[in-house]
Ligand binder design. Structure first.
Ligand code: IPE
Ligand code: MG
Length: 227
């Protein structure tokens, strides 16, 4: 969800106003994805590197997370969306962690699209934390030496969540910035210059249309006369 800061600066507003606007876009786009039948919708809200920003900006983003978690806990059932946070939550306040736990609990009984919010998330950090957990289990005799890909995936924050089909980046940059490094091995990327607060359903439709026209071989070869 890139481009909030530039959106605000272009309007002579503080960057934090961009994050508020971006959080509204997040609400709108989550509902749209649910309505068109998406099963998992994952957003990159705050990276392990984003703590480098000003105290004021970080506080504003944490406040938005608090607000969104409370709202989600109250409305998940009627909205048919369940919320899961991915990332290293140990750096969040006890209050935010309790809200995240509560959301997870409420979400267990909700039928509908799963919304994964990556917060204090970094792909390398996730892989490293998974490797440490595996090493602990191994040392404790609880894991085999011949670890395979599926076995390792179970240690990631995304355990049990299918790999993404499409990764969309708004805001004009064409890089992955440490997002879902392991899970994105065969994802199709779609980039747009649109700044996140201006992002709309038409962009989701365009990304899905592009995805439909791509030839996904997963390293194999297309069979003659097919597709
Ligand atoms: C939002 O966009 C992404 C977050 C880290 C919350 P940015 O805040 O990176 O916006 P730009 O790139 O400065 O425009
Ligand atoms: Mg940015």
């Amino acid at each position: 969800m890139d481009g909030n800061g530039r959106w605000a600066t272009n309007r002579g507003l503080p960057r934090t106003a961009g994050h508020s606007a971006g959080s509204e876009t997040f609400r709108r786009i989550s509902r749209y994805c649910r309505d068109i039948g998406v099963e998992y919708f994952t957003v990159y809200a705050f990276s392990t590197e984003n703590w480098k920003r000003s105290h004021e900006e970080v506080e504003a983003i944490l406040k938005l997370l608090d607000k969104y978690l409370r709202e989600a806990i109250d409305t998940m059932e009627q909205e048919r969306m369940k919320l899961v946070l991915l990332g290293d939550l140990s750096r969040l306040s006890p209050q935010l962690r309790a809200l995240a736990d509560r959301a997870l609990e409420v979400g267990r009984n909700v039928q509908g699209m799963q919304v994964n919010v990556c917060f204090n998330y970094g792909g390398r950090d996730e892989i490293l934390r998974a490797a440490k957990r595996y090493a602990e289990d191994y040392a404790a005799g609880k894991a085999d030496a011949d670890l395979d890909e599926a076995g390792f995936s179970a240690y990631l924050d995304s355990a049990g969540i299918p790999d993404p089909d499409i990764i969309i980046r708004s805001g004009g940059e064409q890089r992955t910035s440490n997002f879902l490094l392991w899970q994105s091995a065969y994802a199709e990327y779609w980039f747009t210059d649109t700044l996140w607060p201006d992002f709309g359903p038409a962009e989701i439709d365009a990304a899905i249309a592009a995805f439909g026209s791509r030839d996904r071989r997963f390293g194999g070869v297309k069979e003659a006369g097919k597709g």
